[in-house]
Design a protein around this ligand. Structure first.
Ligand code: HAM
Length: 407
C-alpha cells in the first residue's frame, strides 16, 4: 500500500527545498529590515471571519474554502488567506495604533490544481495596520518588489490601481451596473448572479472580462481624497525607484480592498499563474469584522509560484563541511569533532554508519562544499581538508579548519 500527498498538495524535499529555505530565510530578513515583527495566527478560523472579511459572494468564499464542523459543532475554515485572520487577531488583542506584522505559512484553497495553483500553498506577507498614510502603501509595495528582486525573480512587473473608498465606490458601482445591465446578454450565469450583489466581481470573471474591455474603471471615478492618495502612492514609488504600471483593469479576487490594489507579475510565467503576489489597502475590513475602524494595507507573495518563476537554480551546497571517516576506530572522535565545529557555527555533517570512504565522498559531493578526512592525522590534531569544487586539498590543524573554510 502506498499513499500519495492529497491532490493539489506537494511534498517539498531536498534539493528543491534548498531554494525554499533560502527564500523563506531571506523573507524574514527583508521583513525585519522594514520593521515588521512576527505574527503567528491560527491555520483555521471561525468560518464567518472569511465570509465577512473576504466577502460572502467572492469566489474564494463560495467555491474555494475548506470548511468543516469540528466536534463541538462549530463551523471552521482552513485559512484561504492571511489578512482577515491578522486583522481579527489585532482586534481580539484590543490593540490600537500602528502594528506592522509579517507572516509565513500555508494557506488552503480548493482550486483546480495545476503548476503554481495548489490546494495547499505557502504565502509570506505583511500587514501594516493603523494608518491610512500613502507612505504605508508605497512601503509595502517596495518591500515586496525589493525582496522578489533580491531572491532572483526576473521579468517582474508591478501593476497598480486604485479602487476608491466608501465615498466614491457607490457612485462608480452605479455607473458600472448600468454598463453591465446593458450587456446582460454577454454575461455568464455566475456574473449575472453577481450583477446585483457585487458588480465589481464581474470584471474579475475570466469568461466575461475579455468582452468588457470598455467597462468604466474605478480609477476614473475617484473622489478627491482617493485621487490625492493614489497620486501620493505613485509619487513615493517613483521616488523609491520602484517601476510600476497603472492598470485600471486590476480587480483583485478579495472584496475587502479600498483604494490601492497591486499585483506583482512575473512575465516569464504562463498567464494563469504569473501573479506571484499581490495586495492592497483594506480600510473597512476591521469594521466588517465588528471592530473599531482601523485602516490597513498589506501584501502576500506565493512562494510556490516564486520558486517556479526562479526555474532551476543551482543552490549552494547546504553544508560547509562533510567529515569523511577513514575507519571505524575514528568514528566517535569524528562525531565529537562535528559537535565542536557545529558549536563554532559551521554547518557540518557525517555518515552515521561507517560506510566506505568512497560512498562518504559521494555524499560529501552532493551536500557540502568541502570534506575533511578523519583518520590517523587526528592523533596529531590534524585533518586533511579538500575543496570539493576545485579538488585542492591540504593538511590543516583542527583549530584552523574554520579559517581554512573561510579563506
Ligand atoms: P491573493 O492575491 O489571493 O491575495 O494571494 C496572494 C498570492 O498568493 C497570489 O498572488 C499567488 O502568488 C499566491 N496564491 C494564491 N492562490 C494560490 C494557489 N492556489 N496556489 C499557489 N499560489 C497561490 C491574498 O491572499 C491577500 N491576503 C493579500 C493581501 C495581504 N492583501 C492585503 N494584505
Amino acid at each position: 500500500m502506498s499513499f500519495r500527498a492529497p491532490k493539489g498538495t506537494d511534498d517539498i524535499l531536498p534539493p528543491v527545498s534548498r531554494t525554499w529555505r533560502r527564500v523563506l530565510r531571506s523573507w524574514d530578513e527583508w521583513a525585519e529590515r522594514y520593521g515588521y515583527e512576527l505574527i503567528i495566527s491560527p491555520l483555521f478560523e471561525a468560518t464567518e471571519v472569511f465570509e465577512r472579511g473576504v466577502g460572502e459572494d467572492s469566489e474564494l468564499v463560495t467555491k474555494q474554502m475548506y470548511t468543516f464542523p469540528d466536534r463541538g459543532g462549530r463551523s471552521l475554515t482552513l485559512r484561504p488567506e492571511g489578512t482577515a485572520g491578522v486583522v481579527r487577531a489585532y482586534l481580539a488583542a484590543g490593540a490600537s495604533g500602528i502594528l506592522k506584522v509579517a507572516y509565513s505559512g500555508p494557506m488552503f484553497r480548493y482550486e483546480q490544481p495545476q503548476a503554481g495553483r495548489r490546494r495547499q500553498f505557502h504565502q509570506v506577507g505583511v500587514e501594516y495596520l493603523g494608518t491610512a498614510a500613502p507612505l504605508a502603501d508605497a512601503e509595502v509595495i517596495e518591500l515586496g518588489y525589493r525582496y522578489l528582486q533580491s531572491i532572483g525573480v526576473s521579468d517582474l512587473v508591478v501593476l497598480l490601481n486604485s479602487l476608491g473608498d466608501h465615498v466614491c465606490r457607490p457612485g462608480y458601482l452605479a455607473v458600472l451596473t448600468t454598463y453591465l445591465e446593458e450587456r446582460r446578454h454577454l454575461l455568464c450565469d455566475d456574473s449575472l448572479g453577481r450583477l446585483d450583489t457585487n458588480p465589481l466581481r464581474v470584471l474579475d470573471c475570466k469568461v466575461c472580462a475579455p468582452k468588457l474591455e470598455d467597462a468604466p474603471a474605478a480609477v476614473h471615478h475617484l473622489c478627491d481624497p482617493c485621487r490625492a492618495h493614489y497620486a501620493d502612492v505613485q509619487e513615493l514609488l517613483t521616488a523609491a525607484n520602484i517601476p510600476f504600471q497603472e492598470d485600471p483593469r486590476l480587480v483583485r479576487g478579495l472584496d475587502y480592498y479600498t483604494r490601492t490594489a497591486f499585483e506583482y507579475v512575473a512575465t516569464g510565467l504562463e498567464a494563469a499563474q504569473n501573479a506571484v503576489g499581490g495586495g492592497g489597502r483594506y480600510d473597512g475590513l476591521a469594521e466588517t469584522l465588528g471592530g473599531r475602524p482601523t485602516p490597513g494595507v498589506g501584501l502576500a507573495l506565493g512562494i510556490d509560484r516564486i520558486v517556479l518563476a526562479m526555474g532551476d537554480v543551482a543552490e549552494e551546497p547546504p553544508l560547509d563541511l562533510y567529515l569523511v571517516v577513514a575507519g571505524e576506530e575514528w568514528h566517535k572522535q569524528a562525531a565529537a569533532l562535528a559537535g565542536d565545529l557545529r558549536r563554532a557555527g559551521l554547518r557540518v555533517d557525517l555518515d552515521p554508519e561507517g560506510r566506505s570512504v568512497r560512498a562518504q565522498f559521494r555524499e560529501a559531493g552532493r551536500r557540502a562544499r568541502a570534506a575533511a578526512v578523519i583518520g590517523q592525522e587526528l592523533e596529531e590534531g590534524k585533518v586533511t581538508v579538500k575543496d570539493l569544487a576545485s579538488g585542492g586539498q591540504e593538511v590543516v590543524a583542527l583549530e584552523q579548519v574554520a579559517a581554512w573554510l573561510d579563506r
